[in-house]
Design a protein around this ligand. Structure first.
Ligand code: PEP
Ligand code: MN
Length: 357
């Protein structure tokens, strides 16, 4: 159920709605939109009726949300959720399409700094890189952990790019949150409810990847775990699902992009790297994602993909990424969006010389 306040409703009127709901045993989540405030009520609402709320001053109307995903639903909040990073220089959910790029794993200081400079020069706005890697085999490279986070922080310092990195366990949430700008929940952890609750209690934006066997409804319910713990900065990332098809690593469910945009106010990210698993397919599916309405892309880029310790087969070279950014700009314009211009005059030569030693 959501209690929709009239435009200009006062803090005292909103407070009275919250007090009434709490007295009736509901949890409340005020959602402050530009035009109006909505108070979402969650919990066991079977005995709750609309009348006590409709009678309060400042209330426009009370609406029962039919969907099980209450806080992420567009009926609870018609306007897009806007997530801002780097003092408003990076905005998810607005007209600009944000491109996040970088290697699958942070492999070395030199590798992450070189990649950061290359993707920034091509126009990426966020640097990706895994320090804790969820590998299918326990014998594969597991990531550099804390050292990887330090390298990412150094790459941010040099380039100014905010960073996104995966957090895999409840115990490491404080450590990863201290370094990163966006916490990534990987596909394998989509339904790790303890982890979702833990990131829901932080004040960092969270990108929740779709589980490889997760339905869209299950995925939205996972977003509810984060939202209902008080963190409203959640974005959803489609990264492909497992089907009977074996020609590609996953089946990239592009339907999910417009479906989520219709159903939810949360920003949608598309990951055609994991969605396809094949670098030659990534540009086409990245362009298709923008055409389908994605708010952001996350792309794997490696200076030497054939030598990558993870996901080299799906990683773009810096040159491929640069070309793709040029093509994406044109697709974005065709759907009334844009991708910010690539910065000019980065003095990268000196930094690279130092890093390469
Ligand atoms: C990744 O982003 O490198 C990753 C492990 O993705 P996913 O969780 O989607 O497999
Ligand atoms: Mn990867």
């Amino acid at each position: 159920m959501v209690v929709i306040m009239k435009p200009g409703a006062t803090a005292a009127q909103i407070g009275a709605v919250i007090a009434k709901a709490e007295k009736l045993g509901c949890q409340t989540h005020p959602i402050y939109g530009e035009a109006r405030t909505v108070v979402a009520l969650v919990g066991d609402l079977t005995q709750i009726t609309r009348e006590p709320f409709d009678a309060l001053d400042g209330v426009a109307k009370t609406v029962r949300i039919q969907e099980p995903y209450k806080l992420s639903s567009r009926s609870a909040r018609p306007e897009n959720t806007i997530i801002e990073l780097a003092n408003g220089q990076v905005v998810f959910g607005g007209p600009e399409i944000i491109v996040m790029a970088g290697p699958c794993s942070v492999e070395s200081r030199q590798q992450i700094i070189e990649t950061a400079i290359a993707v920034k020069e091509a126009g990426a706005k966020v640097l990706r890189g895994g320090a804790f890697k969820p590998r299918t085999s326990p014998y594969s490279f597991q990531g550099h952990g804390l050292k990887g986070l330090e390298y990412l922080a150094e790459a941010r310092e040099i380039t100014g790019l905010p960073i996104i990195t995966e957090v895999m366990t409840v115990q490491t949430v404080p450590m990863v949150a201290e370094y990163t700008d966006i916490l990534q929940i990987g596909a394998r952890n989509m339904q790790n409810y303890g982890l979702l609750q833990a990131v829901g209690k932080t004040n960092k934006p969270v990108m929740l990847k779709r589980g490889m066997s997760g339905t869209i409804k299950e995925w939205l319910m996972c977003a509810e775990y984060i939202l209902s713990n008080g963190n409203s900065n959640v974005m959803l990332c489609e990264r492909g699902i497992r089907t009977y098809e074996t020609a590609t690593r996953n089946t990239f469910d592009l339907n999910a992009v417009p479906f989520i945009k219709e159903t939810s106010h949360l920003p949608v990210v598309a990951d055609p790297s994991h969605g396809t698993g094949l670098r030659e397919l990534v540009p086409a599916m990245a362009k298709a994602s923008v055409a389908a309405g994605a708010d952001a892309l996350i792309l794997e880029v490696h200076p030497d993909p054939d030598k990558a310790v993870s996901d080299g087969r799906q990683s773009l070279t810096p040159a491929m990424f640069e070309q793709l950014m040029r093509d994406l700009r044109r697709v974005a314009v065709a759907v009334d969006r844009y991708i910010g211009e690539a910065p000019v005059n980065i003095d990268a030569a000196d930094v690279l010389e130092r890093v390469r030693g």
